[in-house]
Design a protein around this ligand. Sequence first.
Ligand SMILES: Nc1nc2c(ncn2[C@@H]2O[C@H](COP(=O)(O)OP(=O)(O)OP(=O)(O)O)[C@@H](O)[C@H]2O)c(=O)[nH]1
Length: 381
Amino acid sequence: MSAQQIPVVVLAGFLGSGKTTLLNHLLRSARGTRIGVMVNDFGAIGVDAMTVAGQVGSTVSLGNGCLCCAVDASELDEYLERLTRPSARLDVIVIEASGLAEPQELVRMILASENGRIVYGGLVQVVDAAEFDATRARHPETDRHLGIADLIVLNKADRVDGAGQHRVRSAIGSVLERAGSSAAVVSAVQGRVDPELLFDRAARRDEESHAVRQLSFEDLYAEEHDHDAHPHAVYESVDFTSDAPLDPRRLMDFLDARPEGLYRIKGFVDFGAGDPERRYAVHAVGRFLRFYPAPWARGEERLSQLVLIGSGVDEEALRKGLAECAQTGPHDAPDERSMWGVLRYVPQPDEGELEAGEPDAGELEAGERDGGIPPLPRSFP
Ligand SMILES: Nc1nc2c(ncn2[C@@H]2O[C@H](COP(=O)(O)OP(=O)(O)OP(=O)(O)O)[C@@H](O)[C@H]2O)c(=O)[nH]1
């Protein structure tokens, strides 16, 4: 096997498990390793692509939802072609799958690629430790995904106590045993795993030339035709963009009343006069909600952009509800107190959700923002 082949690692995991967070950690701690990134967003607005740190300059966003439905092998090949140009000098390529993608489908496409400069580098499955039971109950395919992973990252360890972690680990252990897998399981907070774990493993497998341990081509072929089990089928995504700033109280009312089936919300909010200096990244996973304020970058367009993903939700009602959050003019401008509801969901420094040494987004030009966890506001009530 040629030494020049670039490992392609697939980063998968259910909606909101922490894939983008882990990817940002990898990019920040790459220490000289040149990483190419492909992001497969669900939803037309490339929120994930917007939040992946821009150090590499080789980010390619695959839009239009679930990769196995929207992008055929030739398109994947086209993107891989771009990333594997010798001038890019990449050491590894990481593909972040949409939270609703079937990882084995992506693996199959990589294995079937005719690009001789790449080699399949393994599947990393990110698991939200706090949501594990709920995810598994709603998505029986979770076990299958775990069974084919090469590395399992038990993320959000900070949200589960020792006994809870032990329980999730034994449940995963039983799944792996049934699948005949000896994949490693590592706990992480904010996706902080040792990058060597991913890239060394890839290199070793490369040498072994047994590129896939648990998956055979036959398995993958069979999976390809098994679209009944496809989790994407039951999910809808709503994209929302507003030029007018959103009213913080009305947005909080909207979020407090969000329906059960609305599993994931992500994007950025402009609160206008509520906080003219900062844009607010918003993340909701199940009932969990967080806002991450960061200064607007110089020249950045003031917009609110949200992607909502759920099943059995009334898309029109969601769109209407969000549209009603938009400020209607100067008479409708929010005062400072109206931000209090939002600020309750901004993590405190002692919550361990912040990375030290984050660049100040205010020093960046638009489009250069480091999308990791943005720095906390200097002070807030
Ligand atoms: N408490 C806690 N929150 C985390 C951790 N890792 C990620 N998060 C938060 O979980 C939310 C979702 O994280 P993302 O990295 O966007 O998840 P994702 O898997 O890329 O999400 P999708 O692309 O929608 O599937 C964000 O609010 C993160 O800040 C962690 O270890 N602990």
